[in-house]
Design a binder for this molecule. Structure first.
Ligand SMILES: C[S@@+](CC[C@H](N)C(=O)[O-])C[C@H]1O[C@@H](n2cnc3c(N)ncnc32)[C@H](O)[C@@H]1O
Length: 282
């Protein structure tokens, strides 16, 4: 690294106390509905209401949300163990232990992690993301994934873009329609990074149970949230369109991505209709 900013310095926006951040509780927000699925306390009645509707439609949703967190842990462990020491996690969500930096820094205490989310509730709770080891660094950046150039510019305060960075877009891209530039966002982020960088993503499947997924999309739409399921081929295009090489086992159902790396995971064979994949920039 050319310069070493002090650990836990956010590149922008020091998290303010929750009561000084404007939180819109009149409509559900993806971060808070997901928090409800995970059994968290940082959600409001509107979030719980949508969460309950989704669980009534798909009773395994809470199990799927937990599997999504376990995938984050497995992918982070894999990357940290194979030498990645910088992480850019976009669409971080409300902190949920263990957070990505804890997993990465358990493998390599020097790991540096920049978290990004556009929801003020995540900013309000961001202190929990800033508990770095002294050797490493963590930072939180309040930004929209649809501004990849701004994210790259600000993340450079903490991450060295001449060394590989793992970008994680975990359960994020299904909130970004193609028309809002989902593929371009991934392309721009990976373009800014050197060879040996990685992309980790999970994506709600559009070719699992088409009818029920359409009902879920409608429930989110009624709550003012756009949800974009994608087929396996459409998910794979995030990697192929940016020239990334898929890490084994390729794009698979989320629990099937390198399950041997799991720690304390529950597995009962229930289908999880999310795709997962990790790709490496050659
Ligand atoms: C389902 S949560 C996933 C959280 C975490 N990545 C995980 O998998 O556990 C999706 C997160 O993406 C964030 N998000 C959605 N659209 C976004 C955007 N355009 N820019 C930044 N964050 C976004 C939401 O606020 C939410 O925190």
């Amino acid at each position: 690294m050319t310069s070493t900013p002090p650990a836990t310095t956010p590149p922008t926006g020091v998290p303010a106390p929750a009561d000084r951040i404007a939180i819109d509780t009149s409509r559900p927000h993806p971060a808070r509905v997901y928090d409800w699925f995970l059994g968290g306390k940082d959600n409001y009645p509107v979030d719980e209401e949508l969460g309950r509707q989704i669980v009534a439609l798909e009773p395994q949703t809470k199990y799927c949300a937990r599997h999504n967190r376990w995938l984050m842990q497995r992918a982070t462990r894999h990357l940290a163990r194979t030498g990645t020491r910088q992480f850019l996690d976009i669409g971080t969500g409300i902190p949920t232990a263990p957070n990505l930096h804890t997993v990465a820094q358990r493998v390599n205490p020097e790991a540096r992690v920049v978290y990004v989310d556009n929801d003020p509730i995540v900013l309000a709770h961001a202190e929990a993301l800033l508990t770095s080891t002294p050797e490493g660094a963590t930072a939180y950046l309040q930004a929209d994934a649809r501004e990849p150039d701004r994210i790259a510019e600000l993340a450079r305060d903490v991450l060295d873009f001449t060394e590989p960075v793992a970008v994680s877009l975990i359960a994020l891209l299904h909130f970004i329609p193609d028309a809002d530039g989902a593929y371009e966002v991934v392309g721009k982020l990976m373009e800014a990074l050197p060879s040996g960088s990685h992309l980790v993503l999970t994506q709600l499947a559009g070719d699992f149970d088409v009818e029920r997924t359409a009902q879920a999309v409608e429930m989110y739409r009624a709550g003012g949230v756009t949800l974009v399921p994608r087929t396996k081929e459409e998910t794979e295009r995030f990697f192929t369109s940016t020239g990334l090489q898929l890490v084994e086992p390729g794009i698979v159902w989320l629990p099937d991505w390198q399950p041997h790396l799991g720690v304390d995971e529950e597995r009962d064979g229930t289908p999880v209709p999310l795709y997962a994949g990790v790709g490496r920039k050659p």
